[in-house]
Ligand binder design. Structure first.
Ligand code: KIV
Length: 272
Protein backbone atom coordinates (compact mmCIF):
# COMPACT_ATOMS: atom_id res chain seq x y z
CA UNK A 1 0.00 0.00 0.00
CA UNK A 2 1.39 3.45 -0.88
CA UNK A 3 1.89 6.09 1.77
CA UNK A 4 -0.85 8.10 0.07
CA UNK A 5 -3.38 5.23 0.26
CA UNK A 6 -2.30 4.53 3.81
CA UNK A 7 -3.12 8.13 4.80
CA UNK A 8 -6.48 8.09 3.00
CA UNK A 9 -8.56 7.13 6.02
CA UNK A 10 -6.12 8.27 8.70
CA UNK A 11 -7.88 10.37 11.33
CA UNK A 12 -6.36 13.84 11.77
CA UNK A 13 -7.46 17.00 13.55
CA UNK A 14 -9.16 17.94 10.26
CA UNK A 15 -11.26 14.76 10.39
CA UNK A 16 -12.35 15.58 13.94
CA UNK A 17 -13.30 19.11 12.93
CA UNK A 18 -15.39 17.78 10.02
CA UNK A 19 -17.08 15.33 12.39
CA UNK A 20 -18.00 18.22 14.69
CA UNK A 21 -19.42 20.18 11.74
CA UNK A 22 -21.51 17.17 10.65
CA UNK A 23 -22.70 16.46 14.18
CA UNK A 24 -20.97 13.04 14.21
CA UNK A 25 -19.81 11.99 17.67
CA UNK A 26 -16.09 11.32 18.18
CA UNK A 27 -15.10 8.18 20.11
CA UNK A 28 -11.73 8.00 21.86
CA UNK A 29 -10.02 6.03 24.60
CA UNK A 30 -6.64 5.72 26.27
CA UNK A 31 -4.22 2.89 25.45
CA UNK A 32 -0.64 2.26 26.40
CA UNK A 33 0.54 -0.66 24.24
CA UNK A 34 0.34 -2.10 20.73
CA UNK A 35 -2.16 -4.91 21.45
CA UNK A 36 -4.83 -2.66 22.93
CA UNK A 37 -4.14 0.06 20.37
CA UNK A 38 -4.78 -2.53 17.64
CA UNK A 39 -7.98 -3.68 19.37
CA UNK A 40 -9.21 -0.07 19.53
CA UNK A 41 -8.23 0.65 15.94
CA UNK A 42 -10.20 -2.44 14.80
CA UNK A 43 -13.42 -1.19 16.38
CA UNK A 44 -13.05 2.22 14.71
CA UNK A 45 -11.91 4.43 17.59
CA UNK A 46 -11.15 7.93 16.24
CA UNK A 47 -8.20 8.74 18.44
CA UNK A 48 -6.11 7.00 21.07
CA UNK A 49 -4.65 8.96 23.97
CA UNK A 50 -1.40 7.76 25.49
CA UNK A 51 -2.40 9.41 28.74
CA UNK A 52 -0.28 10.07 31.78
CA UNK A 53 -2.99 8.01 33.52
CA UNK A 54 -0.51 5.24 32.68
CA UNK A 55 1.26 6.31 35.87
CA UNK A 56 -1.73 5.07 37.86
CA UNK A 57 -3.17 2.23 35.79
CA UNK A 58 0.06 0.69 34.41
CA UNK A 59 2.74 1.72 36.92
CA UNK A 60 0.62 1.60 40.08
CA UNK A 61 1.51 5.16 41.17
CA UNK A 62 -0.89 7.16 43.34
CA UNK A 63 -1.04 10.10 40.89
CA UNK A 64 0.09 11.02 37.36
CA UNK A 65 2.87 13.26 38.69
CA UNK A 66 5.81 10.77 38.55
CA UNK A 67 5.26 10.11 34.82
CA UNK A 68 8.18 11.28 32.65
CA UNK A 69 8.60 12.20 28.99
CA UNK A 70 10.62 8.97 28.54
CA UNK A 71 7.65 6.93 29.80
CA UNK A 72 5.24 8.63 27.40
CA UNK A 73 7.66 8.25 24.47
CA UNK A 74 8.06 4.52 25.22
CA UNK A 75 4.30 3.85 25.43
CA UNK A 76 3.53 6.04 22.41
CA UNK A 77 5.98 4.03 20.32
CA UNK A 78 4.09 0.85 21.24
CA UNK A 79 0.70 2.41 20.53
CA UNK A 80 1.94 3.74 17.18
CA UNK A 81 3.05 0.23 16.17
CA UNK A 82 -0.45 -1.12 16.84
CA UNK A 83 -2.39 1.68 15.16
CA UNK A 84 -3.22 2.34 11.52
CA UNK A 85 -6.31 4.57 11.29
CA UNK A 86 -6.79 6.28 14.66
CA UNK A 87 -5.04 9.57 15.45
CA UNK A 88 -2.44 9.21 18.21
CA UNK A 89 -2.48 11.79 20.99
CA UNK A 90 0.24 11.84 23.66
CA UNK A 91 0.15 13.56 27.03
CA UNK A 92 2.82 16.07 27.99
CA UNK A 93 3.71 14.98 31.57
CA UNK A 94 3.77 17.19 34.66
CA UNK A 95 6.34 20.03 34.38
CA UNK A 96 7.44 18.98 30.89
CA UNK A 97 5.97 22.20 29.40
CA UNK A 98 6.67 24.79 32.08
CA UNK A 99 9.03 26.82 29.86
CA UNK A 100 8.77 27.41 26.10
CA UNK A 101 12.10 25.62 25.50
CA UNK A 102 11.06 22.52 27.51
CA UNK A 103 7.62 22.54 25.91
CA UNK A 104 8.94 22.58 22.33
CA UNK A 105 11.73 20.08 23.02
CA UNK A 106 9.43 17.61 24.78
CA UNK A 107 6.60 17.93 22.24
CA UNK A 108 9.17 17.26 19.52
CA UNK A 109 10.29 14.11 21.36
CA UNK A 110 6.73 12.82 21.62
CA UNK A 111 6.24 13.33 17.88
CA UNK A 112 9.68 12.42 16.48
CA UNK A 113 10.59 9.55 18.82
CA UNK A 114 7.14 8.41 19.96
CA UNK A 115 5.10 8.86 16.79
CA UNK A 116 2.43 11.09 18.37
CA UNK A 117 0.29 13.12 15.95
CA UNK A 118 -1.04 15.60 18.52
CA UNK A 119 0.06 16.47 22.05
CA UNK A 120 -2.13 17.23 25.07
CA UNK A 121 -1.39 19.82 27.77
CA UNK A 122 -3.29 20.38 30.98
CA UNK A 123 -4.62 23.84 31.56
CA UNK A 124 -2.65 26.29 33.70
CA UNK A 125 -2.06 30.02 33.33
CA UNK A 126 1.07 29.35 31.25
CA UNK A 127 -0.67 27.14 28.76
CA UNK A 128 -1.95 29.79 26.34
CA UNK A 129 1.60 30.82 25.47
CA UNK A 130 2.65 27.20 25.08
CA UNK A 131 -0.30 26.42 22.81
CA UNK A 132 0.60 29.44 20.67
CA UNK A 133 4.27 28.39 20.44
CA UNK A 134 3.40 24.81 19.51
CA UNK A 135 0.90 26.04 16.92
CA UNK A 136 3.55 28.29 15.34
CA UNK A 137 5.73 25.17 15.02
CA UNK A 138 2.95 23.16 13.34
CA UNK A 139 2.29 20.91 16.34
CA UNK A 140 -1.40 20.00 16.79
CA UNK A 141 -2.52 20.58 20.38
CA UNK A 142 -5.29 19.42 22.67
CA UNK A 143 -5.92 21.59 25.74
CA UNK A 144 -7.28 19.76 28.81
CA UNK A 145 -9.54 21.87 31.09
CA UNK A 146 -11.72 21.27 34.15
CA UNK A 147 -10.24 18.69 36.48
CA UNK A 148 -6.58 18.55 35.48
CA UNK A 149 -5.02 15.67 37.45
CA UNK A 150 -1.46 17.10 37.26
CA UNK A 151 -2.73 19.87 39.59
CA UNK A 152 -4.24 17.40 42.06
CA UNK A 153 -2.26 18.74 45.01
CA UNK A 154 -3.50 22.24 44.20
CA UNK A 155 -7.14 21.09 43.90
CA UNK A 156 -6.81 18.97 47.06
CA UNK A 157 -8.80 16.08 45.55
CA UNK A 158 -10.63 14.87 42.46
CA UNK A 159 -13.68 17.16 42.30
CA UNK A 160 -16.12 18.44 39.68
CA UNK A 161 -14.86 21.81 38.38
CA UNK A 162 -16.84 24.88 37.29
CA UNK A 163 -19.92 24.53 39.50
CA UNK A 164 -19.74 28.11 40.82
CA UNK A 165 -20.67 30.93 38.41
CA UNK A 166 -17.24 32.61 38.57
CA UNK A 167 -15.35 29.38 37.91
CA UNK A 168 -17.74 28.49 35.08
CA UNK A 169 -17.20 31.88 33.41
CA UNK A 170 -13.43 31.50 33.80
CA UNK A 171 -13.53 28.08 32.12
CA UNK A 172 -15.52 29.53 29.20
CA UNK A 173 -13.01 32.39 28.85
CA UNK A 174 -10.06 30.00 29.05
CA UNK A 175 -11.58 27.70 26.41
CA UNK A 176 -12.03 30.66 24.05
CA UNK A 177 -8.48 31.92 24.67
CA UNK A 178 -7.00 28.45 24.08
CA UNK A 179 -8.88 28.11 20.82
CA UNK A 180 -7.69 31.56 19.75
CA UNK A 181 -4.12 30.56 20.62
CA UNK A 182 -4.44 27.63 18.21
CA UNK A 183 -5.72 24.63 20.20
CA UNK A 184 -7.13 22.05 17.78
CA UNK A 185 -9.10 20.08 20.36
CA UNK A 186 -10.43 20.91 23.83
CA UNK A 187 -10.88 18.21 26.46
CA UNK A 188 -13.16 18.77 29.47
CA UNK A 189 -12.82 16.54 32.53
CA UNK A 190 -15.39 16.46 35.36
CA UNK A 191 -17.41 19.47 34.27
CA UNK A 192 -21.18 19.98 34.82
CA UNK A 193 -23.37 19.03 31.83
CA UNK A 194 -24.67 22.56 31.10
CA UNK A 195 -21.25 24.23 31.28
CA UNK A 196 -19.77 21.59 28.95
CA UNK A 197 -22.70 22.11 26.56
CA UNK A 198 -22.13 25.92 26.54
CA UNK A 199 -18.38 25.55 25.89
CA UNK A 200 -19.07 23.05 23.08
CA UNK A 201 -21.66 25.29 21.42
CA UNK A 202 -19.29 28.27 21.48
CA UNK A 203 -16.19 26.35 20.28
CA UNK A 204 -15.19 26.06 16.63
CA UNK A 205 -12.94 23.10 17.49
CA UNK A 206 -14.06 19.67 18.73
CA UNK A 207 -14.71 19.37 22.46
CA UNK A 208 -14.15 15.93 23.99
CA UNK A 209 -15.61 15.10 27.39
CA UNK A 210 -14.81 12.75 30.24
CA UNK A 211 -17.38 13.19 32.98
CA UNK A 212 -18.72 16.20 31.04
CA UNK A 213 -22.10 14.83 29.96
CA UNK A 214 -23.53 14.03 26.52
CA UNK A 215 -23.64 17.52 24.92
CA UNK A 216 -20.01 17.58 23.77
CA UNK A 217 -18.57 16.54 20.41
CA UNK A 218 -17.04 13.29 21.63
CA UNK A 219 -16.13 11.13 24.60
CA UNK A 220 -12.99 9.63 26.06
CA UNK A 221 -12.56 7.03 28.82
CA UNK A 222 -9.60 5.30 30.43
CA UNK A 223 -9.26 1.81 28.91
CA UNK A 224 -8.62 0.05 32.20
CA UNK A 225 -11.84 1.51 33.70
CA UNK A 226 -13.86 0.34 30.68
CA UNK A 227 -12.40 -3.18 31.07
CA UNK A 228 -12.68 -3.00 34.87
CA UNK A 229 -9.05 -4.04 35.37
CA UNK A 230 -7.88 -1.01 37.38
CA UNK A 231 -7.48 -2.18 40.98
CA UNK A 232 -8.28 1.29 42.38
CA UNK A 233 -11.71 2.90 42.73
CA UNK A 234 -13.44 3.48 39.37
CA UNK A 235 -14.61 7.06 38.81
CA UNK A 236 -18.37 7.66 38.70
CA UNK A 237 -18.21 8.85 35.07
CA UNK A 238 -16.59 5.64 33.76
CA UNK A 239 -18.68 2.72 32.55
CA UNK A 240 -17.69 -0.92 33.03
CA UNK A 241 -18.36 -2.30 29.52
CA UNK A 242 -16.74 -5.64 30.39
CA UNK A 243 -19.51 -6.43 32.83
CA UNK A 244 -22.07 -5.73 30.10
CA UNK A 245 -20.28 -7.47 27.18
CA UNK A 246 -17.99 -10.13 28.67
CA UNK A 247 -15.24 -9.81 26.05
CA UNK A 248 -12.62 -7.17 25.29
CA UNK A 249 -13.69 -6.83 21.66
CA UNK A 250 -17.37 -6.61 22.65
CA UNK A 251 -16.67 -4.03 25.35
CA UNK A 252 -14.66 -1.74 23.03
CA UNK A 253 -17.10 -2.11 20.14
CA UNK A 254 -20.14 -1.36 22.31
CA UNK A 255 -18.41 1.71 23.77
CA UNK A 256 -17.76 3.09 20.26
CA UNK A 257 -21.36 2.33 19.19
CA UNK A 258 -22.85 3.93 22.30
CA UNK A 259 -20.72 7.09 21.86
CA UNK A 260 -21.63 7.33 18.17
CA UNK A 261 -25.31 6.73 18.95
CA UNK A 262 -25.30 9.29 21.78
CA UNK A 263 -26.43 6.76 24.40
CA UNK A 264 -23.22 7.09 26.41
CA UNK A 265 -22.99 8.94 28.73
CA UNK A 266 -26.45 8.73 30.27
CA UNK A 267 -27.30 10.81 33.35
CA UNK A 268 -25.78 8.36 35.84
CA UNK A 269 -22.31 9.05 34.35
CA UNK A 270 -22.64 12.87 34.29
CA UNK A 271 -22.64 15.75 36.78
CA UNK A 272 -25.08 18.63 37.28
O1 KIV B 1 -4.22 10.72 31.17
C1 KIV B 1 -5.38 10.47 30.83
O2 KIV B 1 -5.80 9.31 30.71
C2 KIV B 1 -6.27 11.59 30.56
C3 KIV B 1 -7.72 11.27 30.41
C4 KIV B 1 -8.36 11.18 31.74
C5 KIV B 1 -8.42 12.21 29.52
O3 KIV B 1 -5.85 12.70 30.51
Amino acid sequence: MSAQQDMADKVTVRTLRLMKERGEKIASMTAYDAAFAHALDRVGIDFILVGDSLGMVVQGQATTIPVTVDHIVYHTQMVARGTRRAMIMADMPFMSYSSPADCLRNAARLMKEGGAEIVKLEWGELEIDMVARLTECGVPVCAHLGLTPQAIHKFGGYRVQGREAKAAQKMKDDARALEEAGADVLLLECVPIDLAADITAAAGVPVIGIGAGPHVDGQILVLYDVLDIFPGKRTRFSKNYMEQEGSIHGALETYVNEVRGGTFPSDEYAFR
